[in-house]
Design a protein around this ligand. Structure first.
Ligand code: TEU
Length: 516
């Protein structure tokens, strides 16, 4: 399955308010069918005060009026299904918005029936936050509530209070939400922070971390001064997904978890057995940089743990792959090379909107920044650069909106535009489209067999098809025992030559070949 991530606020605006919307997505379905995706994942479109652009949900069973209506969602699902495209929605249930009625009730008094929907604790014995847990966005993960004299837990913003997953009533509420969307016809859920829902029942301090983060962001460095033994990846969390697995099975829907843990053995626990999440996404792949030595090892290590992975090069939280891999056409080329390797691996492959156009991050001047991370720390990398709107066609705001875009377009040029690239041979879009077409021909086949390859190369086969990548800056030769092989795809046609039993592969090039 190839999933296309749509960051709804920045995809396509149909009504001129400067923000992408559901009808905007519907108008671009044919573009996505042309690209060759099997499913779309929509980032949150639920009613929200937008302190984290929708990852702070006020009502799980509705649509924010800025994004559309429930009828718009119904029509999008119907239009997608007519084209054979599945619709996956984001399930953000580690936390709600502080504007959610449950939290508004919860904070009223210690004995409110909704009090235990969230995680409330008294100050530590010596005063201050109950323990040393840290927010992803900087500072303690606890905020004091004057009225009731306790702290509430928030792994993200204070306006994103964490739900209490030890309370069975919370589990019941969220299962009802899942049912609601299944009945509306959605084909699956991307589970936000899937590793984080359950916390240590004793609220033990996280131990100090041995490893230091090299990040330039203060909040990231601070977050990694401790391990996350007690606030992440608790053994009980997989029980939640076992229950959901039964729920979604009747609808043949899929659960894709954002399991933000770099260790493939730990990630495997979430999806390997098939009775929890169907697919685990992340492993830190969206942070990978162009490191010839590490990439081959990391890819191989992951597939040896599990085949239930959803590989992604980028998402809306990190700099785009083209930027991380060196920017410009070098970065875009490297993204396609690594994309080729990932696309052929089991089980799913996720493309982030604009990746198919070879886009690097957009430029966002600090005075136009919208990411709450930037509001708290103006020196942070921030996430706005990867969230600038899609360039659809040359002209005003590159066809994204007829109004004022919520984030600047970020310095795009005509050649970045979808309309230009769709029509041009060898454009980034054209190459990604070819890759996805070839991918369909062999990925359902068999297991992956890693081939031995010289340093800086990655090679594996699935049935009679091999995927071979040269990550180095020099031309390499790969010897194969099949003299009549045919080239099915290459990231750059001019740098691949098949001669007898050897393939000559230019620098930073990947190919897919059929062995006769
Ligand atoms: O991200 C969760 C996550 O694992 C964080 O580490 C994330 O990488 C964060 O952006 C730190 O930079 C998810 C969403 O993808 C993100 O957009 C939300 O802000 C977050 O959950 C809270 O809902």
């Amino acid at each position: 399955m190839c999933v296309y991530e749509i960051y709804v606020p920045s995809f396509s605006d149909s009504n001129g308010d400067g923000l992408g919307d559901i009808i905007g997505v519907r108008t671009k379905l044919d573009y996505l069918v042309d690209l060759g995706v099997d499913a779309i994942w929509l980032t949150p479109f639920y009613p929200s005060p937008m302190r984290d652009h929708g990852y702070d949900v006020r009502d799980y069973c509705n649509v924010d009026e800025r994004f559309g209506t429930l009828a718009d969602i119904d029509s999008l699902i119907e239009a997608a299904h007519r084209r054979g495209v599945r619709v996956i929605v984001d399930l953000v249930v580690n936390h709600t918005s502080s504007d959610h009625p449950w939290f508004e009730e919860s904070r009223l008094s210690l004995n409110n029936p909704y009090r235990d929907y969230y995680v409330w604790r008294y100050a530590a014995p010596g005063g201050g936050p109950p323990n040393n847990w840290l927010s992803h966005f900087g500072g303690p993960a606890w905020t004091f509530d004057q009225e009731t004299g306790q702290y509430w837990l928030h792994l993200f913003l204070p306006e994103q209070p964490d739900l209490n997953w030890n309370n069975p009533a919370v589990a019941d509420e969220i299962e009802a939400v899942i049912q609601f969307w299944l009945q509306r016809g959605v084909d699956g859920f991307r589970v936000d922070v899937a590793h984080g829902l359950v916390k240590d029942q004793l609220f033990r301090d996280n131990p100090p971390s041995e490893k230091r983060s090299a990040s330039s962001d203060i909040a990231v460095r601070e977050f990694h001064t401790t391990t996350h033994e007690f606030d992440h990846d608790r053994p009980e969390v997989v029980e939640i997904y076992r229950r959901w697995n039964v729920l979604v099975a009747r609808f043949d829907a899929v659960l894709i978890g954002e399991v933000n843990i770099p260790d493939p053995a730990k990630v495997a626990r979430y999806s390997k057995s098939g009775d929890g999440l169907h697919l685990a996404m992340s492993l830190g792949t969206v942070e990978w940089e162009w490191n010839v030595h590490d990439l081959a090892i990391l890819l191989r290590a992951a597939t040896q743990q599990t085949r239930s992975l959803a590989w992604a090069l980028s998402n809306h939280d990190r700099p785009r792959s083209a930027t991380r891999f060196g920017g410009g056409s070098t970065g875009a080329r490297r993204a396609l090379v690594l994309g080729t390797v990932m696309a052929g691996l089991p089980e799913a492959f996720v493309i982030y909107q604009g990746e198919e156009l070879g886009l690097p991050d957009g430029e966002v001047p600090i005075e136009l920044a919208r990411d709450p991370i930037w509001r708290r720390d103006p020196t942070a990398t921030g996430r706005d650069g990867s969230r600038t709107p899609m360039p659809w066609s040359p002209g005003q705001h590159f066809g994204f909106t007829s109004g004022t875009p919520w984030l600047p377009l970020g310095g795009r040029s005509d050649s970045d535009c979808a309309s230009i690239q769709v029509a041009a041979r060898h454009s980034w879009f054209d190459r990604w489209r070819n890759l996805l077409m070839v991918r369909r021909q062999f990925t359902s086949a068999t297991e992956v067999e890693w081939m031995s390859a010289p340093f800086g190369m990655v090679a594996y086969s699935r049935g009679c098809v091999s995927v071979i990548a040269n990550l180095t800056a020099e031309e390499r030769t790969m010897v194969i025992d099949h003299p009549d092989s045919t080239l099915l795809f290459s990231t750059d046609r001019s740098s691949v030559h098949i001669a007898d039993s050897a393939i000559l592969i230019g620098p930073e090039t990947a190919l897919i070949v059929k062995l006769q």
